[in-house]
Each structure stands twice: as structure tokens, then as C-alpha cells.
Design a protein around this ligand. Structure first.
Ligand SMILES: [Zn+2]
Length: 408
């Protein structure tokens, strides 16, 4: 077998001819060319007469035997008859604007979903910022059609990144459980931008939107798609009650008269946040102790647990009854944080009950919260939201475990 034939097989690239092979200081350099003769426009694919060329343009390909491998080609420019302009020619192994081949970029994007950016950067021997840029290109190539088509029930959530100082708003399609849109920011304007992109016709087809009880999101949804049912995300509702328990606990720690009492209260933090069914024996002991020693905090726990169980109801009528009772109970609980939660819950009761009716919440896409948070933690280094957003779009696939099929 001739060396060039061997190399062509080794490269595994379609429509690529191997002309020569050599070494430079750090890599194996393979001179390649497309198998077609006339240059083709990189934008529209039309054939046209060559215009001029750029010598020794390089693309990094996957390493071979631990050695860097570079493809080199004198890339031509073409007078494209269709675009009526001079364009760079299309090459079969990579994007003309990229310094990497398609298989190299796909591999980086795959790794980026399973390891952190530093690991990807060092194992692939590429600059750290390059990881984000590559992922963006791969995602753009792999996305097909308009993800905003055919949306009926969507979820809106926010994710914090860069040590929680900045936010990205994400929109999930509940039917496919994919992230269909993401943008930096978390105010009404951010979500408005989504509805603008969605347009009136598609916006009118939305049946329901799951959101948290933020006034900004409520405003954006009711203005753009007034017919859509607003469903408040149950995990946000629960978090209100959890935060209230925590606030009561902190007040009690402050009010404690002895150090011993203080320490005891501190030890109740985690059991208090758990649901009744998830308590360990040790947690249960702590709580029964609490029942005797701190009535206020114990009442806070019961209130939180009752709200969680109300949300567990499968019958809307029963849930409505329980929610009304809960609002009255919390309102006269003599616990300020819970009085406030009672007001919020009363104000948004319709949207909360819509959850019971539909069973839809952002947390339903269980994988989303966990995985998105892992990815945002990894994305600390991103200087713009763009890299993070590209990863999040990829995450939509990861959720469905399609990722291996897609990349390979
Ligand atoms: Zn063209």
C-alpha cells in the first residue's frame, strides 16, 4: 500500500485526496486537496472559475499516535456565479473559517459535554477559549430547522453562571425536553426578546408556560401570549417555603439564650429542608426533639411539608381545598416569613393549581436542572454568555441521551 493511500484511509475524510506527507517541528503535515477539480463556493456550493489562492492554509485534525496532525492546502477563491462575488472555496474536511477539521471539532464538542473545559483544553491541546468557539460551530452545524417551530408548552427558567453574578434565561420545549432558546439576562426584556423571535403567529399557539413567580416573567408572558395558561413551577413554590423555614431557623438561632441551644438549632438545618418521607432515623429524632424544644421552628417545618404535599395532590379540587386551608394556616401562624409566603401563594393560586392539573414544571425535566447546573459550573470561565449558551443547546440533546448518536 502506498503511503498516501494509507494516510487517506487513516484520515477517514470524505472527498479528500492525499498529495504528500512531511514533518515539521511539532506535527505530521499532510498535504491534501478535495477530490473535485473545480472550486466550489463555500456559501452556496456552486462551481465557478478559480480566482486566486491562499498558500498553505492549515487545519488541525485528530492526533495520530499521540502526534499532532495538520492538513495543509492552498485554498482557492472562486468567482461564484450564483453569489455574484468572490468567495473562499468549500473544502470537504472542515469549515473554511476554522483552524480545525470536522472530526476534530465534533470530538471537542463531545468531550465538552462530559468533562470540564480545562480537561478538554489540555487533552486536545487547544487554547482554553477555543473550546467554546468550537462548540458553538458544532452546535450551529448540528441544529436543524427552527427550534421555535411547533412549540405548544414551554418552560422558562434562569441559570446563574460566573459565580452566580450573571444569568442566562433558558426556554425549554416540554414536549421534546430540549432547550430551544437561551439568552443572557433574566428580566422582562430578556423574555420579551424570545417572544419577539417567536412572533405573533407562533406565540398564539402556545397553550401553557411554566415559569417561576417572578413579576418580570409573568408580565412578559401575559403581554405576548395572553391565551397561554401560566403554570408556576412547583420547585420555585417549594423553595419559597424552604427559604421561609430557613429564615425562621435563623431568627430562632439569633434569639437563643444559650450556646447549647444555638448549636442544637444549627444542627436542624438539613433535616428541616427534607421532606417528611425522606427523613433518616437520625433526622426524625432531631425533629421530634425539636417538636418539644422549639414549637415555632417545628411549626415552620410542618407548614413547609404541608405545602409540598398539597402540590403532590393529583386532584385539582382537593388541592384547591388544601391550598386554601394552607393559606389560612400560614396566615395566622405567627411566623412572619410564612405570612409573606401565604400572601404570595394566595395571589398566585391559579398558576399553582395549574401545576396540579397539568403536572408540568421545569423541574420535571429533572435532568435539566442538575445537568444544566453542572454545565454552568464548568462554564465559569466563559467571558461571554455565548459559549455557555452553545453548551446549553447541546445539553438539550444530552438530556435525551442522543449525544453519542449525534456526535458519532
Ligand atoms: Zn456562492
Amino acid at each position: 500500500m502506498r503511503t498516501t493511500t494509507l494516510l487517506r484511509k487513516l484520515l477517514g475524510l470524505k472527498s479528500t485526496r492525499v498529495r504528500n506527507v512531511s514533518f515539521d517541528e511539532e506535527s505530521l503535515v499532510v498535504d491534501v486537496a478535495p477530490t473535485w477539480k473545480d472550486p466550489r463556493c463555500s456559501e452556496c456550493g456552486s462551481k465557478g472559475p478559480g480566482y486566486d489562492h491562499d498558500e498553505g492554509r492549515c487545519w488541525r485534525h485528530l492526533d495520530v499516535a499521540g502526534m499532532k496532525l495538520t492538513l495543509r492546502y492552498d485554498i482557492r477563491r472562486v468567482s461564484c456565479p450564483k453569489c455574484q462575488a468572490v468567495k473562499v472555496e468549500r473544502v470537504p474536511w472542515g469549515e473554511t473559517s476554522s483552524w480545525f477539521t470536522f472530526p476534530f471539532e465534533d470530538h471537542v464538542a463531545y468531550l465538552a459535554q462530559t468533562s470540564d473545559q480545562t480537561a478538554v483544553s489540555s487533552s486536545m491541546r487547544i487554547a482554553w477559549q477555543t473550546v467554546g468557539a468550537i462548540v458553538q460551530r458544532v452546535v450551529a452545524r448540528r441544529r436543524q430547522g427552527d427550534p421555535l417551530d411547533g412549540l405548544v408548552i414551554i418552560g422558562v427558567d434562569e441559570l446563574s453562571y460566573r459565580r452566580h453574578h450573571q444569568y442566562v434565561t433558558v426556554v425549554v420545549d416540554h414536549a421534546t425536553r430540549r432547550i430551544v432558546w437561551a439568552r443572557e439576562g433574566k428580566d422582562a426584556d430578556t423574555l420579551k426578546a424570545f417572544f419577539t423571535e417567536l412572533g405573533e403567529a407562533r406565540g398564539a399557539k402556545l397553550e401553557a408556560v411554566t415559569i417561576d413567580m417572578s413579576a418580570a416573567y409573568i408580565k412578559a408572558v401575559t403581554e405576548a401570549s395572553p391565551q397561554a395558561q401560566i403554570i408556576f413551577d412547583r420547585f420555585h413554590v417549594q423553595r419559597l417555603a424552604q427559604d421561609a423555614v430557613d429564615e425562621v431557623r435563623r431568627d430562632e438561632v439569633r434569639a437563643a439564650t444559650s450556646e447549647e441551644e444555638r448549636q442544637k438549632l444549627k444542627g436542624t438545618r438539613w433535616p428541616l429542608l427534607k421532606s417528611f418521607w425522606n427523613l433518616s432515623l437520625f433526622d426524625s429524632l432531631r425533629l421530634s426533639q425539636l417538636q418539644r424544644e422549639n414549637k415555632r421552628l417545628y411549626r415552620a417545618y410542618l407548614l413547609k411539608d404541608a405545602l409540598v404535599r398539597t402540590l403532590d395532590c393529583t386532584s385539582e379540587a382537593l388541592a384547591r381545598l388544601k391550598l386554601d386551608q394552607w393559606i389560612r394556616w400560614a396566615g395566622r401562624s405567627r411566623l412572619e416569613p410564612f405570612k409573606r409566603v401565604a400572601l404570595t401563594v394566595a395571589k398566585h393560586a391559579d398558576g399553582i393549581l395549574a401545576y396540579v392539573r397539568s403536572g408540568l414544571s421545569n423541574g420535571r425535566t429533572e435532568g435539566l436542572n442538575g445537568k444544566a447546573r453542572t454545565i454552568t459550573r464548568r462554564a465559569y470561565g466563559f467571558h461571554s454568555a455565548a459559549g455557555l449558551i452553545a453548551l446549553l443547546y447541546g445539553l438539550g440533546w444530552l438530556l435525551e441521551r442522543y449525544v453519542l448518536e449525534l456526535w458519532h
